[in-house]
Design a protein around this ligand. Structure first.
Ligand code: 13P
Ligand code: ZN
Length: 279
């Protein structure tokens, strides 16, 4: 069998390529991981080489022991994933103790998963717990307008949630709990992984100050869609801020509550305090 013809690998490659087409992945920017189902791992098993060494993850996720993840490689370019998947993505298995990994397929160049693998794994752990095991995708990207907004809005969950909700009507439907935020930190280690995972306990999307965004979801479409919606709302906000005209009307908190009622959503009341999200 050809692992690249399995639906999970095909969907992974398609998602990564769509991110490249959006302009979210300069050079090696961004990374993507998918927690395989037991059935998917079993299907791909004939292609796995389990003789590689275990390497320390730097964080622990005992709840995900032995799980398999499709993951992008460190310093690999999203641009090239579609043409040469086995060089740029791979399958990594987590150890029995959940604190080490080994590559069982792919990543034939570099032989290392993304430097944000600790953040991906901790995010998988908390999102799986938050969703009864349904969350499977963690996606990190560098959308220009989201990053630009982190220079002019406070990098807090409340400020970003309110601004994004007010920018585009659909936002509160897509993320009624809001988005999380982590002010600028050194990327690629255990510390940023823990800070991000703390936010992911409550939010499926987390903004990284002056860097990018992490999104989590049950499948590639919903995770990519979340990234896309947040990016679009950020574009609207920046255009409004640059319009050189006072903001005459926006989406009010009562409007947001009305959407909640109409769609049967529980909107995070903590963030509905009537304050102006942007000027
Ligand atoms: P990697 O090449 O290690 O995936 O890093 C890219 C990135 O976006 C770091 O935050
Ligand atoms: Zn990054």
């Amino acid at each position: 069998m050809n692992i690249l013809e399995t639906p999970a690998l095909q969907a992974f490659v398609a998602c990564a390529h769509n991110g490249w087409l959006q302009g979210w992945h300069e050079r090696n920017g961004g990374n993507l991981s998918y927690r395989m189902t037991a059935g998917e791992a079993q299907l791909c098993c004939p292609c796995f080489d389990e003789s590689g060494p275990w390497l320390p993850l730097g964080v622990e996720a005992p709840g995900l022991a032995n799980a398999y993840f499709i993951v992008t490689g460190t310093n690999r370019y999203f641009q090239n994933i579609k043409e040469k998947p086995e060089e740029n993505i791979g399958v990594a298995q987590l150890s029995e103790t959940g604190d080490a990994w080994r590559i069982v397929w792919g990543l034939t160049v570099g032989h290392m998963p993304t430097s944000e693998f600790p953040t991906h794994i901790l995010n998988h752990a908390v999102r799986a717990a938050a969703t009864g095991g349904r969350s499977r995708v963690i996606y990190h990207a560098h959308p220009v307008d989201v990053v630009a907004l982190t220079f002019v809005l406070p990098v807090t969950a409340k400020a970003f949630s309110r601004a994004l909700w007010q920018a585009m009507t659909e936002c509160v439907v897509i993320f009624p709990e809001g988005v999380g935020a982590v002010p600028w930190m050194v990327c690629g280690g255990a510390e940023v992984a823990r800070a991000t995972a703390r936010e992911m306990e409550r939010f499926a999307a987390v903004i990284w100050g002056q860097h990018g965004i992490f999104c989590a979801g049950e499948n590639f479409d919903s995770t990519f869609g979340m990234m896309h919606a947040i990016d679009k709302a950020a574009q609207i906000l920046l255009k409004v801020m640059a319009a050189g005209r006072p903001v005459l009307q926006t989406i009010t908190d009562d409007n947001l509550r009305a959407i909640g009622e109409a769609f049967g959503l529980e909107i995070n009341e903590e963030f509905l305090d009537g304050s102006a999200a942007f000027h």
